[in-house]
Design a protein around this ligand. Structure first.
Ligand code: CA
Length: 219
């Protein structure tokens, strides 16, 4: 099982990321301070580091500098509220593999983690997801139903991906909101229901059923 180190001091965000990654089959460990993150990242225990820039004790750029300076090739995805271009460039030049601005959606982070993991072992096994006659190409973001191309928005694609990865299971509105919309969602929002409606229209009838009072399920 691939193991991911999450360096993040905000419990709300680390909890959200950890929960999602565990559900996706990864082992996780959270480091809430810079020095602890660096110490753990220097061990051989992790396959990838999700690194917040603003950490107590030592910032993410410094951690990265120490890691790369010490010869570590651990894949690093930086997370930060600083979205200015110069920070992105500094992060990438400092040896980060990828960069994600906050707030971010979980599926966005997961896609980037999977991409990094795939570069490592290059199996290509996750390139397409299929359920009955619905196929999602994860790389090109193309969706097909019965061989015909269907245009899905980014959000609809993420939702379809969530359903296919959990085919047959009931997904609650809260699960869909947190996985597809991110941690800044309003729990009372009906946006998930609205998008399930859009997705139903695009995929065709008889695929996504409503489980009254619980959520939705791909059949
Ligand atoms: Ca922080």
């Amino acid at each position: 099982m691939a193991s991911i180190l999450i360096a993040e001091d905000e419990a709300r965000i680390s909890g959200f990321v950890e929960k999602g990654l565990r559900a996706a089959g990864f082992a996780t460990r959270v480091a809430a301070t810079g020095p602890l993150a660096l110490e753990l990242a220097q061990t051989d225990e992790f396959d990838l580091l999700v690194l917040d820039v603003n950490l107590p004790g030592m910032d993410g750029f410094t951690i990265l500098e120490h890691l790369r300076g010490g010869g570590s090739r651990l894949p690093v995805i930086m997370l930060t509220a600083r979205v200015e271009v110069q920070d992105t460039v500094a992060g990438l030049e400092g040896g980060a593999d990828d960069y994600l601005g906050k707030p971010f959606r979980f599926d966005e982070l997961l896609a980037r983690i999977r991409l990094r993991m795939r570069k490592d072992d290059d199996t290509g096994a996750l390139a397409a997801l299929t359920h009955r006659d619905v196929t999602l190409d994860i790389r090109t973001r193309e969706a097909r139903v019965g061989g015909n191309r269907v245009e899905l928005s980014a959000r609809e694609f993420a939702l379809a991906e969530e359903f296919i990865r959990n085919a047959g299971q009931v997904l609650s509105r809260e699960q869909l909101l947190s996985r597809v919309w991110g941690y800044d969602f309003d729990p009372g929002s009906n946006v998930a229901d609205v998008y399930v409606g859009y997705l139903r229209q695009k995929l065709g009838p008889g695929r996504i059923e409503t489980v009254r009072g619980v959520g939705y399920r791909l059949t």
